[in-house]
Design a binder for this molecule. Structure first.
Ligand code: MG
Length: 349
């Protein structure tokens, strides 16, 4: 940790600093948040380092989020960069409570020589995902760079949505339960397998999907919405990174039940084979919800009705012990879960 806080002079950016963990957070805090946050702003701004920003408009919140997508390979089991770019932005809006998307932007930077057929396939995938999420792309931009100046293509998307129910990632309280909406680590491990041409027994498919419909089924019910205290999507850095962020911002400790973590046998065995803890691996169609204990059953029942939430389950409880930390209960004992420096796999989203 100390090393990344040293002066930047003479230093160089490392891949780790894009990995969604402590190293990335330190870079962002140091380089952007500290100074950008000095400008007057009424709402949830850059210093909140939440899934997006929120600006008050009358009784509503205008939520804004932006993401750049650099995944390699651009096509992987279960999706491609097009589906990912739409889902990622729609999901960040949904995590703030903005489940109804007003509009998306799409900015594409292409490498000279990129196949037009591939580009068309990516565009079709984006449109299909937009329809699924009921989220229109309303403006965009295209740039082309020379051969070798960029690797294939990069897609940046920005999204805006309105909500009356703003949900933050810092609202957890003692006694709240943590729900994960389904099996973990599928995106990261599926991309890893595709990248290295590794074939595994059993299905290993990315979970990439827009979750706004599923989240809306909770938030559109006032009684359920009221019981949701925090939300975050565990993308880069996985469940471990997202929970650390939620716990430290909320000033609670989270006891995580290892044996409750939903994952497929394929994920379990690939994780073991590669020596990668599934808790550290990116998801692109899963949400972590902090929920008041008295509403857990109702919220789980509602999630189970949605195709993306069939395996939703409670994985942890918030308490006063070890505030800001995650205590992993293995069933045999307890240990502190280390906060990842960053996603173990670069260019995962
Ligand atoms: Mg997010």
């Amino acid at each position: 940790m100390t090393a990344i806080l040293l002066p930047f002079t003479g230093g160089r950016v490392t891949l780790k600093q894009g990995g969604g963990g402590r190293a990335m957070r330190a870079l962002i805090e140091r380089l952007f948040v500290r100074d950008f946050a000095t400008m007057p702003f009424d709402g949830v701004g850059v210093d909140a380092m939440d899934d997006g920003a929120a600006i008050r408009i009358g009784d509503d919140w205008l939520v804004i989020t932006t993401d750049s997508h650099v995944i390699h390979p651009i096509v992987f089991p279960g999706g491609d960069i097009g589906r990912l770019s739409i889902s990622g932005t729609v999901n960040d809006l949904a995590m703030m409570g903005a489940t109804r998307v007003l509009g998306l932007t799409c900015s594409i930077i292409l490498e000279e020589g990129f196949s037009l057929d591939s580009l068309e396939a990516i565009q079709r995938s984006m449109i299909a995902t937009c329809r699924e999420a009921n989220a229109p792309v309303v403006t965009g931009d295209t740039k082309v760079m020379g051969r070798g100046e960029i690797d294939g293509l990069v897609i940046n998307t920005c999204g805006i949505g309105l909500t009356r129910t703003l949900v933050r990632d810092n609202g957890l309280h003692t006694g709240d339960r943590i729900i994960v909406t389904g099996n973990i680590a599928e995106h990261g491990l599926a991309v890893m397998a595709a990248r290295h041409g590794i074939e595994f027994e059993g299905d290993l498919v990315s979970d990439v999907a827009p979750m706004n419909g599923m989240i809306d089924s909770i938030l559109s019910d006032a009684a359920l919405a009221d019981a949701v205290t925090a939300m975050k999507d565990p993308t880069r850095g996985g469940v471990a990174s997202a929970l650390h962020e939620m716990a430290s911002k909320s000033n609670v400790g989270i006891v995580l039940q290892e044996r409750s973590l939903p994952m497929t046998d394929a994920v379990r065995s690939v994780g073991e084979l590669l020596g990668i803890d599934p808790l550290h691996v990116a998801n692109e169609g899963k949400a972590l919800l902090g929920v008041r204990a008295d509403a857990v059953d109702q919220i789980l029942a509602r999630l189970h009705e949605h195709p993306l939430g069939r395996n939703a389950t409670v994985i942890g409880t918030c308490g006063e012990e070890r505030r800001g930390a995650i205590i992993l209960d293995t069933g045999f004992g307890r240990r502190l879960l280390a906060e990842p420096e960053g996603e173990p796999l670069p260019r995962i989203c």
